[in-house]
Write a protein that binds this ligand. Structure first.
Ligand SMILES: [Zn+2]
Length: 335
């Protein structure tokens, strides 16, 4: 297991390699988003923050502090489809003339991002009602989600990046690895010679990275089995010889093996709790969430529902739980 390294030391190690952290504000509970500037040819920006006047200004200032300007950028990379990471990409690409790179499988989603966000909000309402949230609350949450849609933007990808191939960001040659789970398009970029890695939101040092239910990346109908995907992705990443991972939020990660262990153990504990609650009596996912989180199951209904449904996916796969329908709502029952 890697030894603890203090975040400042890790960031100065990154700076020596020409990588600068740009910490950009967001209106979300997660706080600031970490974008990165990679010096060299092509001068590369990894993620660009949400589309708001504030964050664009801060991005410009942060790029300026590292001795460059937005106009100098040659390449912009998206780590995944969330608006706190991609909202500014189009604006910044237009101003700089930079090319945009992202995972090849995510090209379609990013190109029609706004339409996708709208359809995802619709799916969220349907799923919430299907899993036991009242229509009134589901619609209220949808209205909130709609106000955030403006913070995203369509992104035209010029350089689709295939899994396993190498891409040049600044002076770094990085392998592309798809790691779905937190979102369907999560991608990490890894330099095998040094163990250096850009992780997006795949792993976060201070909070566990929520596997939100989404629409599948290939455009097929239905929803992702995000927790199952996420656990598989975590196991793949755990096998990698990563020495330093720069994440989309919070501090750099120097012990990915231990961190992933703790994620997987926490998932296991939570799954046992979900099973116990379902064993007490058959319940909807929303009622399970309310039993675990109380009022948070209402204010953060989609987040908590994503987690319960994710665990129920695993429990159903293991043959421990089944579901049936009662008045249009799915009810989980222990086998
Ligand atoms: Zn994210």
């Amino acid at each position: 297991m890697a030894t603890e390294v203090d975040p400042e030391a890790a960031l100065s190690e990154a700076r020596e390699r020409g990588v600068h952290l740009l910490s950009i504000p967001t209106p979300f509970a997660v706080g600031r988003v970490n974008c990165y500037l990679v010096e060299g040819d092509p001068l590369t920006l990894i993620d660009a923050g949400p589309r708001s006047g504030d964050s664009l200004e801060e991005l410009e200032k942060a790029i300026g502090r590292s001795g460059h300007s937005v106009e100098d950028l040659d390449l912009i990379v998206a780590t995944h489809e969330h608006i706190d990471h991609i909202g500014n990409i189009r604006t910044v690409a237009e101003r700089s003339g930079a090319q945009v790179a992202a995972l090849d499988k995510a090209v379609d989603r990013l190109a029609k991002f706004d339409r996708y966000a709208l359809s995802e909000n619709e799916m969220a309402v349907q799923l919430m009602v299907r899993y036991g949230v009242s229509a009134e609350i589901a619609n209220r949450l949808r209205a909130i989600a709609e106000t955030y849609r403006d913070l995203g933007d369509d992104v035209a990808v010029d350089l689709p990046l295939p899994e396993g191939e190498r891409a040049r960001f600044g002076d770094l040659e990085l392998e592309v690895h798809h790691r779905p789970g937190h979102s369907p398009s999560d991608t990490i970029f890894f330099e095998p010679e040094t163990g250096f890695c850009f992780g997006g939101d795949h792993l976060l040092s201070h909070i566990s990275s929520n596997p939100l239910i989404a629409r599948p990346l290939d455009g097929s109908p239905g929803r992702t089995r995000s927790l199952i995907d996420y656990a598989a992705s975590l196991r793949k990443t755990q096998e990698m010889e990563i020495t330093l991972m720069l994440s989309g939020h919070g501090d750099p990660i120097t012990d990915h093996v231990g961190l992933i262990d703790s994620y997987l153990k926490a998932q296991e504990r939570r799954r046992k709790k979900v099973l116990k609650i379902i064993e007490e009596e058959p319940r909807s996912a929303h009622d399970v969430a309310a039993a675990i989180w109380g009022d948070v199951a209402v204010t953060q209904a989609y987040l908590t529902l994503s987690e319960v449904v994710g665990h129920a996916d695993v429990l159903q796969e293991e043959g421990l739980v089944t579901e049936y329908e009662r008045d249009g709502v799915l009810i989980f029952e222990a086998v």
